[in-house]
Design a protein around this ligand. Structure first.
Ligand code: ACM
Length: 259
């Protein structure tokens, strides 16, 4: 399959512009699955709850509709981060395909001021069967909790789609470890640019990347500009958890010793 990471530069509050920016990049590269950044449609740096209420969307909102048209036309799948308006607000990622909505993940480990605005995710880490493989999602700072990627691995995911708005410099290298320690593919789609709002200044580091189950970086984007990159991969390589005849990453777990 061809897997693409889409790196955008959203303008805060300009949903249609931001979705169109992603669609324009996606139109330049053919892939079966596109992974977009966290909160790619709204921007990141909320400073008032009422902004979030205005910009948040239900899973079938305008962003979904715009992306669905692309998924239908191109017969492809898309993972994207957005502010989900449910009973309360979640920092979520949706997985959609040519036949519509497939599933949602709500960010479990909120970062910094997200804790003011969003409720922590309550759906665990679901895994979805697609025609080309089993896909799970986690969002940005979830990378700092190895339990996120390990849970997805134990549930059978072959690829972790990882919409992000990275600010800390450690994540791109950290995700190499997440891939390696789980022998799983990872696709981190980050954004670039800065948001300086209400005295809160945030700079995003780009560096979107795709990593294979041996920790090899298959592509890594720049840190300043919107970009897209696709790689051809065989997701079944994630099913082999063996390092040598004695060591299999999952069979070697010593759960009784971790208490
Ligand atoms: C982050 O979780 N957006 C750093």
């Amino acid at each position: 399959m061809h897997l693409a990471v889409v790196q955008t530069n959203p303008v805060f509050g300009e949903t249609q512009r931001n979705v169109q920016e992603a669609l324009d990049l996606m139109a330049t590269v053919k892939a079966e699955l596109y992974v977009l950044p966290e909160l790619f449609n709204t921007g990141y740096n909320f400073i008032k709850q009422k902004e979030l209420a205005a910009l948040g969307e239900r899973a079938d909102g305008i962003t979904y509709e715009m992306l669905l048209k692309f998924a239908e036309d191109r017969n492809c799948y898309i993972v994207y981060g957005f502010a989900e308006k449910a009973d309360i607000m979640y920092n979520s990622a949706s997985l959609i395909g040519p036949d519509g909505f497939i599933g949602i993940y709500r960010k479990v480990h909120l970062f910094y001021r997200e804790n003011i605005f969003f409720a922590p995710g309550n759906l665990g880490f679901p895994v979805f069967d697609l025609p080309f493989g089993r896909i799970g999602m986690m969002i940005c700072f979830d990378w700092a909790y190895p339990e996120s990627a390990r849970t997805l691995t134990l549930k059978g995911a072959q690829l972790i789609a990882h919409p992000s708005n990275l600010v800390l410099p450690y994540c791109p290298d950290g995700m190499v470890t997440r891939a390696l320690e789980n022998k799983i593919f990872t696709a981190t789609a980050d954004r670039v640019g800065e948001e300086n709002r209400g005295g809160v200044e945030i700079k995003f580091i780009g560096t979107s990347e795709i990593v294979d189950p041996n920790g090899k970086i298959l592509c890594r984007l720049n840190s300043n500009n919107p970009a897209i990159k696709s790689v051809e991969i065989d997701l079944s390589l994630s099913d082999n958890k063996q390092i040598n005849v004695y060591n299999d990453i999952l069979k070697g777990l010593r759960l009784d010793q971790y208490k």
